[in-house]
Design a protein around this ligand. Structure first.
Ligand code: ADP
Ligand code: MG
Length: 254
């Protein structure tokens, strides 16, 4: 008899709510991601996209609902993880921010190595070897001893991606990773992200890069007013959106 391998959920989100004071930002989000899936999250500014992905590694504290990562409940019934569980979560779920967030006084190599030494307890030699390898992979073999200020935005973001990969994450969250980068430098970052996607790591990407979403994502999620309004394959969302809200958004950005 054929037994179907059970699908592993990288993230399972049920009824997620988040308010800042009286401002309701996430209004009951239900969302699953399978291991290895690449999901693009699109939607108008202020719709809660950043808040949503920040909740996934508990950079924001949910106001309600439940959240499981890799089959482990990390938030539910108003209760969060222990310190140890939070550390494990931050290791398993990497994040790449719009603003790069590199340490300005450290070189590219040090930026990629430090997290490995602190979070994984790797020795410096091993960490540096891995950093060299990853920086070469993102096209920065010649820039390992440069500090962030000596790098372009596109190069800094590639360092940030190498740093996130250095922890061997199960899932990577990207929040508008190319929005702060000059248009002509974005293509290199997007190429690196496409390479990362091809390695099979689970990716959630908040993005305004509709071409990237269409070509690289397995699934596109349209967010508006703190809710998932519609989701589907890139073909469904970009070529046959069902909801008026999605149609309006796409006609404004495409
Ligand atoms: P998006 O990423 O889709 O542009 P955000 O998640 O950043 O949306 O923001 C959604 C709403 O939540 C916005 O109205 C924003 O001003 C508000 N918001 C986000 N973070 C905070 C915060 N830390 N404190 C108060 N309001 C916030
Ligand atoms: Mg945002």
């Amino acid at each position: 008899m054929l037994t179907k391998t059970p699908t592993v959920l990288a993230a399972e989100v049920i009824g997620l709510h988040k308010s800042f004071g009286s401002l309701r930002v996430l209004d009951g989000v239900n969302f699953n991601v399978e291991e290895g899936e690449v999901v693009a999250i699109i939607g108008p500014s202020g719709s809660g996209k950043s808040t949503f992905i920040r909740c996934l590694n508990l950079l924001e504290t949910p106001s309600g609902g439940s959240l499981s990562i890799n089959g482990r409940n990390v938030w539910g019934e108003g209760r969060g993880p222990s310190r140890q569980e939070l550390q494990a979560l931050r290791r398993d779920v990497g994040m790449v921010f719009q603003s790069f967030n590199l340490f300005p006084t450290h070189t590219a190599l040090e930026n990629v190595s430090l997290a490995q030494i602190h979070a994984l307890g790797r020795g410096k030699k091993e960490a540096d070897a891995r950093s060299f390898e990853l920086l070469a992979k993102v096209g920065l073999a010649e820039r390992t001893d440069h500090k962030p200020a000596q790098l372009s935005g596109g190069q800094q973001q590639r360092v940030a991606i190498a740093r996130a990969l250095a922890l061997d994450p199960k899932m990577l969250l990207f929040d508008e990773p190319t929005s702060a980068i000059d248009p002509e430098l974005r293509v290199e970052v997007l190429r690196v992200m496409r390479d990362v996607a091809a390695t099979g790591v689970t990716m959630l990407v908040v993005t305004h890069e509709m071409q990237f979403a269409e070509r690289v994502a397995d699934r596109v999620v349209f967010f508006a007013d703190g809710q998932i309004v519609e989701q589907g394959t890139p073909r469904q969302i970009f070529h046959a959106p069902q909801h008026q809200r999605t149609q309006q958004f796409l006609s404004a950005v495409l």
